[in-house]
Write a new protein. Structure first.
Length: 496
């Protein structure tokens, strides 16, 4: 097996991608089709259940109605037998045949109902007495001698007789004997075929309606599923089109449902990715931009270095100085890259008065200035003491670079409600208005800065801003009263 074949075997997993085809990659059943199939399956089961249940109810009602009709006819005959009198004599009937004949002459029955009087004979089938009318069935009871005999001979008073030509529901009332009179019985029979046919017709109509409903559901469901899943398709399309060079695509969000929440979550993920890639590109660009010059200097001096010991010593000094500057640039860039990580700061309860005093003590060693501890906030706050100290010392170093020996630099902190401020104020030349908006950007230096390049790379204030933003705060700049610049580290989310 070749390497390509082995890779194909590992990637083609039927359990996750579906059956493979000879013409291309495995076919996938889309979510839209799966939703529609499940919807049709549930609706088909529901509609079939409704149709079947309706048919069962109709058949049950038919059965109850037939049972009630049979009971009613049998009860009427029993009552007539007990109380009826012969029209000729005005006295109770003595002849079962005459009793059955008179009773049948006075009855009005349903279309599917038969009333028959059976009078037993010594030999052969019982004689029948019936109403002269047609029954809309293939083989009515009065034409089925075998069925009449089976009912007449049955010891039961009611039942169902199954015949090839159709079942019969029947009830029977035996006529009381009068001396030597032959046996007789009154039989009421009902042919349920037409009633059952009506139930079956309703069942077929419901099935037809269900079929039409399924067709309509298929069309409507396909459209609705497409509209609902449109953001999902947009997510898939956007994910397929994303590249490291283009992370600007976003999915439009409509509504407030779960699909909209998915789109919002995906957009937020794209925002984080875009920021991460931008930070990566910025890091690479900044590193390449700032490291190119010292590398060129080091290479040039090494290429031109001669054999003179003094010249070699001066070259080594210059090279070492440039390597130190490169090291500081790399460390600052790595620190700015770490600022994007959630663990960049680790807040813990800190006493602001003690923190401010520590910063003041450390800053005094940075230069011969008139250092003053202006004010301190006497409260406790949740922040990363090391990062805040790093930011404040950087601001103090910046103040030293913009002032001369003997000039005043004030350090302090104050608290107002849920906001705390730590500041460094100098009495130097201040910041030019055109530099206020860009001074905190990477590798940007103010125009009032003394010297062509100075010893820094223009990353100090960017680090201060990153630390402030990591605490949920910001860095502000305004003029110092009497001249100079004041940098204020404002932490809006500080907690007491």
């Amino acid at each position: 097996m070749t390497t390509t074949e082995a890779r194909t075997d590992r990637t083609a997993d039927p359990a996750t991608t579906g059956p493979a085809t000879a013409d291309g990659p495995p076919r996938r059943v889309t979510a839209r089709v799966r939703i529609l199939l499940w919807l049709l399956f549930v609706m088909a089961v529901a509609l079939a259940s409704v149709a079947t249940t309706t048919r069962s109810i109709l058949l049950r009602d038919t059965d109850h109605r037939i049972s009630g009709l049979l009971t009613q006819e049998a009860g009427e005959f029993t009552n007539f037998e007990e109380r009826g009198v012969a029209p000729e004599t005005g006295r109770p009937f003595t002849d079962p045949a005459r009793l059955l004949t008179v009773f049948l002459e006075r009855q009005y029955v349903d279309l599917d109902e038969e009333l028959i009087g059976l009078v037993g004979r010594a030999e052969g089938d019982p004689a029948q007495i019936r109403q002269p009318r047609d029954i809309p069935v293939a083989v009515p009871l009065h034409k089925d001698a075998d069925a009449r005999r089976r009912i007449f001979d049955s010891p039961d008073s009611s039942g169902t007789l199954d015949r090839p030509s159709g079942a019969i529901r029947w009830a029977k009332v035996a006529v009381a004997r009068h001396g030597s009179a032959p046996d007789a019985a009154f039989v009421v029979a009902f042919h349920p075929e037409r009633e059952q046919a009506r139930a079956d017709e309703v069942f077929r109509i419901l099935l037809a309606i269900s079929g039409v409903a399924l067709l309509l559901t298929t069309g409507i469901g396909w459209v609705v599923a497409g509209r609902i899943l449109k953001p999902v398709r947009l997510v898939r399309t956007a994910a397929a089109q994303l590249t490291e060079q283009d992370l600007t695509r976003r999915i439009p969000v409509h509504g407030h449902d779960d699909i909209a929440a998915l789109a919002e979550t995906f957009n937020a993920m794209l925002d984080r990715l875009e920021r991460a890639f931008a930070a990566q590109r910025e890091f690479v660009d900044d590193a390449g931009h700032e490291l190119r010059t010292p590398i060129t200097i080091v290479r040039g001096h090494l290429e031109l270095m001669g054999d003179d010991p003094a010249e070699r010593e001066e070259t080594i000094r210059l090279v070492t100085d440039e390597l130190d500057r490169m090291s500081r640039i790399v460390e600052d860039l790595l620190l700015l890259a770490k600022a994007e990580r959630p663990d960049f700061v680790t807040p813990e309860p800190v006493q602001l008065a003690e923190l401010t005093a520590d910063v003041y003590v450390k800053a005094r060693t940075l230069g011969d200035r008139d250092w003053k501890l202006a004010e301190v906030a006497d409260r406790e706050s949740e922040l990363d003491a090391q990062r805040i100290t790093q930011a404040m010392v950087q601001l103090a170093q910046n103040a030293v670079q913009h002032t001369t020996p003997g000039q005043t630099v004030r350090i302090g902190s104050r608290a107002e409600g849920q906001r705390i401020e730590l500041y460094v104020a100098d009495s130097g030349p201040g910041v030019q208005p055109q530099d206020v908006e860009v001074i905190f950007d990477r590798f940007r230096r103010g125009s009032a800065r003394r010297g062509a390049r100075g010893s820094g790379a223009g990353l100090g204030l960017s680090i201060v801003r990153a630390i402030a933003e990591a605490h949920g705060g910001r860095i502000r700049l305004h003029d110092t009263e009497g001249g100079g610049a004041t940098f204020v580290l404002t932490l809006e989310e500080a907690r007491t």
